[in-house]
Ligand binder design. Structure first.
Ligand code: FES
Length: 138
């Protein structure tokens, strides 16, 4: 299957916050991370180095005890979920990791090439959606 790099989606939990963190969604670290990633992607595009990733905010990724959390996915590629991300420190490292993800056919970046935050913060990896069964396989 040919995968268009434009199909890479980074889901960012905009509601992530540490225990006792701000109530207003726009003030939560997850929302700050979302905006930071969108701004950094725009800056890279303006600088002539666009990254083929689209950011989509979500309300929760069920990794609430490890804020902030994101999940990257694309057709035919493994999905990864990461936590423990800091919006003040990790935006560029996240994008560097996604650049490596974009270079792969299946989403699996060799361990030694992954950013440290992806090594330490990985929560789950989920296989690509399987191809439909053929009549012969049933
Ligand atoms: S609030 Fe972010 S994972 Fe649940």
């Amino acid at each position: 299957m040919t995968v268009s790099p434009e199909d890479i989606v980074l889901h960012v939990c905009a509601t992530c916050r540490p225990q006792g963190g701000p109530d207003a969604t726009e003030d939560r670290p997850g929302s700050i991370l979302q905006r930071g990633l969108e701004d950094a992607l725009a800056a890279r595009a303006t600088a002539g180095a666009p990254l083929p990733v689209r950011v989509e905010a979500v309300a929760c990724l069920s990794v609430c005890k490890r804020p902030c959390t994101v999940a990257v996915t694309a057709p035919g590629r493994w999905t990864y979920v990461w936590g423990d991300l800091d919006p003040a420190a990790h935006v560029e490292e996240i994008l560097d990791g996604l650049a490596r993800y974009a270079e792969t056919a299946d989403g699996i970046v060799p361990w030694r090439e992954r950013p440290q935050i992806f090594k330490k913060g990985v929560v789950a990896r989920i296989p690509p959606f399987p191809a439909p069964r053929t009549a012969a396989a049933e």
